[in-house]
Each structure stands twice: as C-alpha cells, then as structure tokens.
Design a protein around this ligand. Structure first.
Ligand code: PSU
Ligand code: MN
Length: 326
C-alpha cells in the first residue's frame, strides 16, 4: 500500500486517522515518485473544472495551471473522482473527460461514500481535495477561490464545508480569498473559530475579494515572499497544530475588477439565483455562470488569471518548503 506507516505517523488527524485505503485511491506514478523522492508537490482541486468554468476554458485552464506548477519545478497533483475511484494526479484523457459537460458530482466530504459506492465521477471541492491531499501527505494546495459563509448565513446556515475542512488539515491553501457574493467579514470570523491561520500575500494585510484586489477587510497577518510563507507552513508542521493556513493572494492588478462594478453584477446574479430557486451546493456554480454572462466574459478572464498566478505562488512555496525540509 502506498500510504506508509511513516506518513500515518507524520500526519495524524482526528478526522482522517486512517489513510485512504488503496482499495479506493489511485496515486499517479508522477505524484507517487515525487512524494517518495521528497520533491515539491502541489495539490489542485477539480470542482473548478467540473462546475466552475465552461468547456473548453476549464480544460485549457486546468492544463495551463499544471504547466505553471511544473515550470517552477514542482509536480501538480490534480485530485478528482473517476468512476468511483479517488485519483491523485490525472492523465490527460481523464482531465479531458472531466472537463466535458457531464453528470459529474460536486464532491465535498459528505459526498464521498455515495459517489464511490455508485462508481460516479466528480470534481472535488476545496474541502474534498483537502481530505485527499492530507491522506497522501501533500502540504500545499492551490485553488482560485474558497467557499465561505454565505450572505444571510446566520439564517440559512449555508457555511461552506471548505472552512471546516481548512481547520482540520495542516495544509496551506493558496487562493484569492473569498468572493463578495459571500459574507467576507463572517467568513473571517468563522475561520478564526476553526483555528485557520489567515495570511495575505503581498505588501499589506489587505484581504482580497477574488475578482477584486481589495475587500476592505484585513487579514491578521501578511507575508511578502514564498520563503516567508514556506516557513509559516514549516512552523505549523513542527507545532503539530493540525489546523490549516489560508494564504490569500490578490488577483494581479491588470485583471482586478472594480469593486462597484463587481458588486452590481453579484447582486444581479444573486437575485437571479433566488428567483430561480437555487440553493445549497448549486449556488456557487450558478452565480459563477451568471457572472460570466453579466460581465461579458470579464469575470471568467479574471478567474483564469488569478488561478494561474496562485499556481505560480503556490509552486514557489512548495519548492521553498521542500528546501527547508531537505
Ligand atoms: N469559487 C470559485 N470557483 C469554484 C469554487 C469556488 O470561484 O469553482 C468551488 C470550489 O471548489 C469551492 C466550492 O471549494 O466551489 C465551494 O462551494 P460551496 O460554496 O458550495 O461550499
Ligand atoms: Mn454551501
């Protein structure tokens, strides 16, 4: 079995005290050798492919992101579920099949047992990807945006499983923060409760709002360099703290969308979601699709730019982290 006693001892977690059995998980040769040779590895999620972007932009972006990671000297590990098997590292055929319109499920922690037993396909969310990454010992994970506390979450209790899962795994999640379709202030509160160390990347503590460089809220900390971020991750593993780190990287300036324009588009998309009776896990994909139409493709362009930039930063951190360890 791939997951050795060594890894089990090294990454104990209350929530996944047992590694995933080789009866359910396949680790690609690439990723397997990188992990055993102590090379830098970056985990990538797949809900952004199945539910976050239209075909073929989703496929092109997924491939571009993997290339960015490789160019920095790290190995990409895209995580998904294919025909009921958990995959770490996808072949190009698997990536292509996942990207095409299909019945793929959006998979968080709660979805795994059913999806596996029914041999279904699916994209793993940040929460689902974190569970798998932790099981094989990957410490750096790159995505576009994470879920959060939804607006009026105090009434609906719609709080993304991503937030709870970030509190459960000692992994650094590199993202562009939280979309302002969510309640950013309450999301930051909730992350504090879960013990997630939130850090902005760049010259200030400004916490980004996905499409916009600034949200108007501050993270408790900021770091300016990949090596500084890598050292935070290293200290967390030395502490055996068990909870994760959210590194918030602002979208590159040329792609940042004006906050007022964005808020108008978001409010429109949200009211359309309400009219259409969309709720639960369908909200985020619906709003992303509507936003793309309302902004005439601008939101998608920004989404692609920010995830590529996050891949660059995340891969540099994975390389720096491995340098500290080796
Ligand atoms: N934000 C995006 N694109 C995405 C997602 C979020 O801009 O594709 C996906 C991520 O996979 C994230 C999930 O983990 O949506 C959160 O969904 P929910 O809000 O239903 O928890
Ligand atoms: Mn939700």
């Amino acid at each position: 079995m791939f997951r050795s006693r060594f890894l089990r001892a090294k990454f104990p977690s209350k929530w996944s005290s047992r590694p995933m059995s080789s009866r359910v998980i396949d680790v690609s040769n690439d990723v397997r050798s990188a992990l055993s040779d102590k090379k830098p590895v970056v985990a990538l999620e797949s809900t952004i492919i199945t539910h976050g972007m239209p075909y073929p932009d989703n496929l092109k972006t997924a491939m571009a992101v993997e290339s960015v990671v490789r160019e920095q000297g790290a190995v990409p590990a895209t995580i998904a579920v294919v025909k009921g098997r958990v995959k770490v590292g996808l072949s190009s055929d698997e990536l292509e099949a996942l990207a095409r319109p299909s019945k793929a499920v959006k998979i968080s922690r709660r979805d795994f047992p059913y999806v596996l037993s029914h041999k279904m396909d699916g994209g793993t969310t940040v929460s689902g990807t974190l569970m798998v990454a932790n099981s094989v010992g990957i410490k750096v994970f790159v995505t576009g945006g994470v879920g959060g506390v939804h607006r009026y979450g105090e009434k609906t209790l719609d709080i993304s499983a991503d937030l709870v899962e970030m509190g459960r795994h000692p992994i650094m999640v590199v993202s562009s923060g939280i979309k302002s379709i969510l309640d950013i202030e309450r999301t930051l509160e909730y992350l504090e409760t879960q013990g997630v160390c939130v850090i902005s990347y760049g010259p200030s503590k400004n916490f980004p709002a996905f499409y916009c460089e600034e949200s108007g809220f501050l993270a408790p900390y900021h770091v300016a360099e990949p090596s500084e971020a890598a050292n935070v991750l290293f200290q967390s593993t030395q502490l055996g703290i068990g909870s994760g780190i959210l590194l918030a990287v602002p979208v590159p300036k040329p792609f940042s969308i004006d906050r007022e324009i964005m808020d108008t588009a978001i409010n429109l998309a949200l009211s359309e979601a309400e009219k259409a009776g969309i709720h639960g896990k369908e909200v985020t994909p619906f709003v992303l699709e509507r936003m793309n139409r309302i902004t005439d493709g601008k939101s998608l362009e920004t989404n692609i730019a920010l995830i590529k930039n996050n891949a660059l930063v995340g891969a540099q951190i994975a390389v720096a982290y491995q340098q500290i360890l080796n």
